[in-house]
Design a protein around this ligand. Structure first.
Ligand code: KG4
Ligand code: ZN
Length: 340
């Protein structure tokens, strides 16, 4: 029997709704919020208000694009967390309202599991490569940097995590000190293509096991720029591409070093990446290159599944639906992953 899932994602600054039939994507609509650009970061109160404006038209469009009506939905999957509480609250409340009005079961989804399970979505006209269990997933976003050992859609262990900033934060904060627009990750990615990655050297942190740290890199980058700008006020403007390329090179080296270590330790060679930073072209190339060297099967998500989207929430919701893991109407959003 076919299962139709409506996915709703509102954890940060994108309002998204998607429809899946089993694991096949029928629609995926994302309304990105532009109001934050001028502040150089997401303003939670503005994000929450924009979600309220966007959510009905976004869901309406997702249903129309999929060619279904509300009555065809078997379950509503929504992001319960982690994320901004005010933003999550909009998606959670809408999901509950629709569930109550139409008597449709509710399924809560952990946003991070959603990113990882995006690797199991297929498109109507073609299947996509899916990793075998167990696999390792490097989850790199604006809020998280983790190596996750994925034993099944429901059994995931975080075997490494950042002890301070996330990789996406390192991109965004370093971009900010260079005067580049928010979010900095995609801008640095683009500018880095024209630069020399070996021009500047930044120290890599020493963190135990499979854990990460990015706040030291951010601070040393800031001090490095401060010293250079004191000598030459045009230093940043004249060296932007080399700065971006060198910084990106360092972040990628930090990320891949630990992933290689984890792959050896767990003897797992199916390696996936997920989350906003998995859109980074340098990271994607580096993972493929390591894969060729080390006999990995590598899984790079389609670009539309890298940043926040409801398709991945519907996908994770589908697995929970099959497991009969339904939520009740008293479910509340949670800001932190440990809340699950
Ligand atoms: O997963 P995501 O959309 O939201 C969170 O759950 O955090 O990730 C957003 C992060 C931002 O830090 C953004 O700068 C980064 O992903 N990002 C990139 C690229 N595209 C998005 N970082 C590096 N290179 C990119 N191409
Ligand atoms: Zn995310």
């Amino acid at each position: 029997m076919d299962i139709t899932i409506l996915g709703i994602e509102s954890s940060c600054d994108d309002t998204s709704a998607a429809v899946l039939c089993n694991n096949v994507l029928l629609s995926n609509v994302i309304a990105s919020q532009q109001v934050h650009v001028k502040y150089g970061g997401v303003i939670p109160e503005l994000a929450s208000r924009a979600h309220q404006q966007n959510i009905i038209p976004v869901i309406d469009t997702a249903l129309k694009d999929a060619g279904i009506s509300v009555d065809d939905i078997d379950a509503i999957a929504f992001t319960r967390g982690p994320g901004l509480l005010g933003s999550l609250l909009v998606g959670v409340s809408f999901a509950k309202g629709l569930s109550l009005a139409k008597d449709i079961p509710l399924v809560e989804v952990n946003h991070l599991q959603g990113h990882i399970l995006s690797h199991f979505i297929d498109l109507p006209d073609r299947t996509l490569p899916h990793p075998d269990f167990p696999f390792l997933c490097l989850l790199v976003s604006g809020g998280h940097t983790q190596i996750v050992k994925v034993d099944s859609p429901e059994k995931m262990d975080v075997v490494g995590t950042t002890i301070d900033d996330a990789a996406g934060e390192a991109f965004d904060k370093c971009a900010k000190v260079m005067g580049l627009p928010y979010p900095g990750g995609p801008v640095i990615d683009k500018l880095a293509k024209e630069g020399d990655p070996s021009r500047f050297k930044f120290a890599k942190p020493h963190v135990d096991e499979f854990n990460y740290s990015f706040s030291g890199l951010k601070t040393s980058f800031l001090y490095f720029l401060r010293d250079r700008v004191a000598e030459d006020p045009d230093f940043i403007g004249n060296n932007t591409a080399d700065l971006c390329a060198s910084l990106q090179h360092t972040i990628i080296a930090i990320l891949t070093d630990k992933l290689i270590k984890a792959s050896k330790h767990y003897k797992i060679k199916d390696i996936a990446i997920a989350g906003g930073v998995s859109a980074n072209s340098g990271l994607r190339m580096a993972i493929e290159e390591e894969g060729r060297k080390r006999g990995w099967r590598t899984f790079l998500p389609e670009f539309k599944f890298t940043t926040d989207n409801a398709a991945m929430i519907a996908m994770a919701g589908y697995y929970r639906y099959l497991d009969n893991k339904f939520s009740t109407l008293d479910v509340a959003p949670v800001a932190r992953a440990e809340g699950f």
